[in-house]
Design a protein. Structure first.
Ligand code: FMN
Length: 197
């Protein structure tokens, strides 16, 4: 694939859902597109896939906890929030979406989302009734109002055996949508100082 994300520093947040395994392929495709990718996993994401898998495909250490004494000696979470040109959460669970909508910061990923001034993109994935629930839809409306961008979800057969909206978009489609978002981003990649002033 052409290096259409060349120079983009993407922080991929992986939250706890059955589609977390697809995020491994997503990292590969982001890197194929030229992006520099670092991965942060929630505690529950690690119940579905291991940090080692993401370390292998990203070529970087994976952060899994806010309470990493070595990384936090220099306020690593703030450094990571500054580093990212964009935070992409895929899959974004209903729980993580709810936390973001309400400004929770009780783990590394949600803390980073509050500490960043860079754009945030969510690729939700969940059971179709969780997706349709008024609580989830209200949380998404709140996040959209704040400028958070969404990719998907797709509609189709789900891991739970049901059919409907809530499937994680395919990694290839997520990268294609990210390319569009990056192109539409009014802020140049070199505008970090202004963003963090
Ligand atoms: C087998 C299994 C599959 C799950 N799949 C999903 C899912 O696809 N989407 C979702 O929002 N929650 C899913 N959940 C529930 C989340 O894992 C749960 O809400 C968790 O608290 C999410 O934590 P996190 O957002 O901090 O990662 C699943 C739970 C189990 C046990």
């Amino acid at each position: 694939m052409a290096a259409v994300l060349q120079g983009q520093k993407l922080l991929l947040g992986v939250s706890g859902g059955i589609a977390a395994y697809k995020a491994i392929e997503l990292v590969r495709r982001m890197r194929d597109a030229g992006a520099d990718v670092r991965v942060v996993m929630t505690g529950n994401a690690q119940r579905f896939v291991t940090p080692l898998s993401f370390q292998a495909v990203s070529g970087q250490l994976v952060r899994t906890s806010l309470w990493d004494e070595a990384a936090e000696a220099a306020m690593g979470h703030i450094e990571l929030a500054r580093w990212a040109d964009r935070i992409v959460i895929a899959p974004a669970s209903a729980d993580t979406i709810a936390k973001l909508a309400h400004g929770f910061a009780d783990d590394l990923l949600t803390t980073l989302c509050l500490a960043t001034t860079s754009p945030i993109t969510l690729a939700p994935a969940m059971n179709n009734r969780m997706w349709a629930h008024p609580a989830t839809q209200a949380n998404l409306a709140t996040l959209r109002e704040r400028g958070v961008q969404l990719i998907g979800p797709d509609e189709g057969a789900q891991a739970c055996g049901e059919f409907g909206p809530g499937r994680l978009s395919e990694p290839e489609a997520i990268v294609a949508a990210l390319v569009m978002q990056v192109r539409q981003d009014v802020r140049p990649p070199t505008g970090r100082d202004e963003r963090h002033a």
